[in-house]
Design a protein around this ligand. Sequence first.
Ligand SMILES: Nc1nc2c(ncn2[C@@H]2O[C@H](COP(=O)(O)OP(=O)(O)O)[C@@H](O)[C@H]2O)c(=O)[nH]1
Ligand SMILES: [Mg+2]
Length: 319
Amino acid sequence: MFKDLTTAKFKAGKGGDGRVSFVSRNARKLSDGGVGGPGGDFYVEGTTNLYDLSFIKRDEVFKAEDGQIGGTNNSTGKNGSDFTLKLPVGTSIYNLNGDLVHRIEEPNIRVKLLSGGKGGKGNLSFKSQGLEALYEHTDGDLGQELDVRLELELISDVIFIGLPNAGKSSILNEITNANAKVASYAFTTLIPQLGRLDNITLMDLPGLIEKTFEGKGLGTRFVKHTKSAKLVLHFISLENTDLIEAYNTIRTELKNIDDRLYELPEIIVLTKTDTIDDIQQIKKAEDQFKKLNKKVISVSIADDNSLDQLTTIIKTFFN
Ligand SMILES: Nc1nc2c(ncn2[C@@H]2O[C@H](COP(=O)(O)OP(=O)(O)O)[C@@H](O)[C@H]2O)c(=O)[nH]1
Ligand SMILES: [Mg+2]
């Protein structure tokens, strides 16, 4: 199940404790315990390979490694390894007071959130304090910790809308690297599908429109994931007998869901041209929308040329 909200605990590593140890020299016992290794730091990094937060269990603990205890012969304990948590681009990290700690805006940039604890002092560090300090040492400091609430708002440039079966998932799969489920059972899932076309992110949001048609009223739950979108592709299957009616049905629905989405520039994508024998009929269909001053293109997943034209139109919009 798609998850865009969760809680977790982030921890940097504890510093290793200082060592108490001795070396015998000329019948004298000398302190030689080293300092503990520093605890690992805690980082976060954005990735475009994750599309939701379902990989995080509620209150899951993510932790950098602790430093190790100091060694003999004044050697420092081993460092704890750093930990990097990868999060989908668009994730905001809040503390439990609700203050924003960090927002993941871009992929592949590592940001340190929490520092590991310093290592404790070994007994060698207390040498100058005389015999009574022979067994002195300090424990390593605790690493910084943070209880967080993670909230994801997906980043997308283009939103796909249309009635179920219009061909949205099929086209997303054809023109991007996405692997969306095709066929009518797909609208039983509520997982937003994203695909990349160069550096443009396309999003098919089953549930935005389709679920409202199922009477589940889930449309608005997904609106927050459309905030960054700049273009709507409106898919209409040429199998519809009344294309304008199909168009208006979705437009009315969209206006109810979100004004901003409704006002975005829109391109009409008439799908499944391969089901129409008469080319004139396709032209007529396009003309109906051109008369409404709409940008329109006809495609079929069986016609590579039409898909190339569609990608060109999308890329040109963002140039
Ligand atoms: N003939 C034909 N069928 C298509 C085309 N595109 C999609 N389909 C079929 O239409 C059905 C619904 O497609 P899907 O991509 O799941 O639509 P979605 O509900 O809008 O995501 C599937 O059976 C697809 O195989 C097309 O260009 N031509
Ligand atoms: Mg679909």
